[in-house]
Design a protein around this ligand. Sequence first.
Ligand SMILES: Nc1ncnc2c1ncn2[C@@H]1O[C@H](COP(=O)(O)OP(=O)(O)OP(=O)(O)O)[C@@H](O)[C@H]1O
Length: 370
Amino acid sequence: MSFTEQDSDVRESDAPESDVQPASSVAAGETSPDQPAARGAAPESRREPAVGVHSDTSECIELRRLHRFFGDTRAVNDVTFSVGRGQVFGYIGPNGAGKTTSMRILATLDLPSYGDAFVDGFSVVNDPELVRKRLGFMPDSFGTYRDVNCREYLDFFARAYGLVGRQRTRRLQWVLDFTGTSGMAAKPIRGLSKGMKQRLCLGRALVHDPAVMILDEPAAGLDPRARIELRRMIRELADRGKTILISSHILTELAEMCDAVGIIEQGRLLATGSVDQIQAETQNRSELTVRILNRHDEIITCLSGLDENIPIDNPILDGQFVRFGFSGNMADQAAIVTHFVTHGFHVAEVNAHKKSLEDLFLQVTEGLVQ
Ligand SMILES: Nc1ncnc2c1ncn2[C@@H]1O[C@H](COP(=O)(O)OP(=O)(O)OP(=O)(O)O)[C@@H](O)[C@H]1O
């Protein structure tokens, strides 16, 4: 999904009213989807000055049983995870998994159907104003301010965040220097390359020095050098104490810079932990490929008759090859070959390969697009 900059200014009308639950009944994620959601306009508490009830958690980003439904689509379906201060968390999933929807809720551009999310301890439902002050959001598509130059663009946002005088001038210069855009401060945005626009957009998210940054696919469309540079900037921001949630389709792209990752598909969080942890859990898993020379149509049926203690899953027929996930030992592997041979199949080849990070992603997710 992509959202334009204009979207960010229409948060309350953007959320379908019928899906919005009043803030009072979703505080701290106390409700469950089994409870009927009350219908109506945006919560009353939105229009009152933010009081600010700080959550007792030490986590800097927290999603608690977050749900967001669009009609029958469960874009975010009971997602819970948290990110500690100064950590980089990679949010990974295929198209339509629910990444942008979760991030928009964190950025207070949308409301949860149920549950809640917290930024630096403040609820996006009850304290959106306080959340916004602490959060920098880089959406997955750049806005349409084509005729202003980079400095004017950043200056606009700095003013919007209430920066004044020398503080604003110093901050703007820092952002231009940090993002490597000072050389083009006077250049109109319409003349910027994709990479430069991404830098400027990162600068915009940084302009008020937020504690938390939400970056929606910031590396999309960048060349390899620009990706490396972006990784360096993100790591440096985390080293300076910022907490960062960053999304991508590509696990390997995030693996190096993330302290932890969460894999989401069809609105559900399928796995969380450090890349090493997730890899360790699947370490003894491999994919077996068996080449059979006869009766290809019957191979999958034959496999279903295998001793059920032999751990295989998701068999697929691919021409002469049958491939399946395997987490057994060499004896199990031998038993599979014996099973094929005793059922009259001509086995020509057996190969096992360990899962790479990409395989791991494909294994955890099923590539389902909603
Ligand atoms: N405003 C909306 N109205 C209706 N459906 C929506 C809306 N926003 C998102 N969805 C649906 O919610 C699901 C999750 O979308 P989302 O954009 O969060 O996925 P994503 O993981 O960010 O995907 P991508 O990587 O392609 O950007 C999709 O099925 C999408 O069509």
